[in-house]
Design a protein around this ligand. Structure first.
Ligand code: 13P
Ligand code: SF4
Length: 316
């Protein structure tokens, strides 16, 4: 077995190597809240999908290394066509994004002429290209509320987020039958069991959860929304219904509070692929570069920019 001092020295050397390359490449690390702790700790920005998209617009580096899943890197590239965007791990895909194909969505649009298509950012660039406006878990309700009241809405691909938005807005929404396999593992029974163990804790869940789980929650938030909610709450104990990795940034942000995941089973394997070695190799070999054909990129960018504009308009 390797000694602790050897591991510590190797990690320090790796971190120094990453820092040197980051400087020489003029790069920034954009990291999602579910990434492993060592990767979160080197992030220039750590956040949810909306925060990552907003940060991608603002950053003035030459190279963005996205530590998360592919749709996040594609979004960063769509918003920064002139920059090099690297996805630190090639196989880091969101399975939900594969649950809607652009041509199937075009066929559904044909059945509902005049409907507005709202797609969760957890989609491919090709799906975004046949979408009217994107949304994230942080702004889905606001995006849907911004659409003219007489319009029907086709919501893809997450049926659970779509059902939550339908409940919050009362709008006529056609749901696509996709879902997040990680959040689908969280059941109402698990929440009730956790509440039994920690009766005074508040329950905070992600809107990708099943409706039966959402109905048991004190708050429904995006991952960064959870950080804000728990930091600002008077409560000191929280049961968290989302990917288990979320416990790390919550503890980091609120060291005096206690957090329990609803279940240890809610792990997104794709979010766990990226390591410090992946980040080092991304910079060393300039891998894995995101490219999007212009015919797809242009309409896909419009759908994301429309979402960002709704956020700016509502911020006044
Ligand atoms: P957030 O935008 O809330 O971080 O969610 C992204 C995601 O993939 C959740 O599973
Ligand atoms: Fe996709 Fe779910 Fe993983 Fe998020 S947690 S990246 S929605 S599979």
């Amino acid at each position: 077995m390797m000694k602790v001092e050897t591991i510590t020295r190797q990690k320090a050397e790796l971190l120094a190597e990453i820092a040197d390359m980051k400087k020489s490449r003029n790069a920034a690390f954009l990291v999602h809240n579910y990434q492993i702790p060592t990767v979160q700790d080197i992030g220039d920005f750590v956040g949810d999908s909306l925060g990552l998209a907003q940060e991608a617009v603002q950053t003035d580096v030459d190279v963005i290394v996205l530590c998360g899943v592919r749709f996040m890197a594609e979004t960063a590239k769509l918003l920064n066509p002139e920059k090099t965007v690297l996805l630190a791990e090639r196989e880091a895909n969101c399975p939900m994004a594969q649950m809607v194909r652009a041509d199937d969505l075009v066929a559904l649009k044909g059945e509902h002429p005049g409907a507005t298509v709202v797609s969760y950012v957890n989609t491919t660039a090709a799906t975004k290209a046949v979408t009217d406006v994107c949304c994230t878990s942080a702004n889905a309700v606001k995006v849907v509320n911004s659409i003219a009241e007489d319009k029907r809405i086709i919501f893809t691909p997450d049926q659970h987020l779509g059902a939550y938005v339908r409940k919050m807005t009362g709008r006529d929404i056609i749901l696509w039958p996709g879902c997040c396999p990680t959040h689908a593992r969280i059941t109402a029974e698990m929440v009730l069991e956790a509440k039994g163990e920690h009766p005074r804790a508040k329950v905070v869940v992600h809107p990708e959860c099943l409706m039966e789980v959402i109905e048991l929650a004190d708050a429904v938030r995006s991952t960064s929304g959870m950080l804000k909610y728990c930091a600002e709450s008077d409560a000191a104990r929280f049961i968290i219904g989302t990917e288990k990795g979320m416990i790390y940034p919550l503890k980091k942000r609120c060291p005096d509070k206690e957090f329990w995941p609803v279940t240890q089973e809610a792990i997104c394997p794709n979010m766990k692929l990226t390591t410090l070695e992946s980040v080092r190799d991304a910079l060393k070999y300039m891998q894995y570069e995101i490219t999007i054909p212009p015919a797809v990129a242009e309409p896909a960018r419009r759908a994301i920019e429309r979402m960002l504009q709704i956020g700016r308009d509502s911020a006044g």
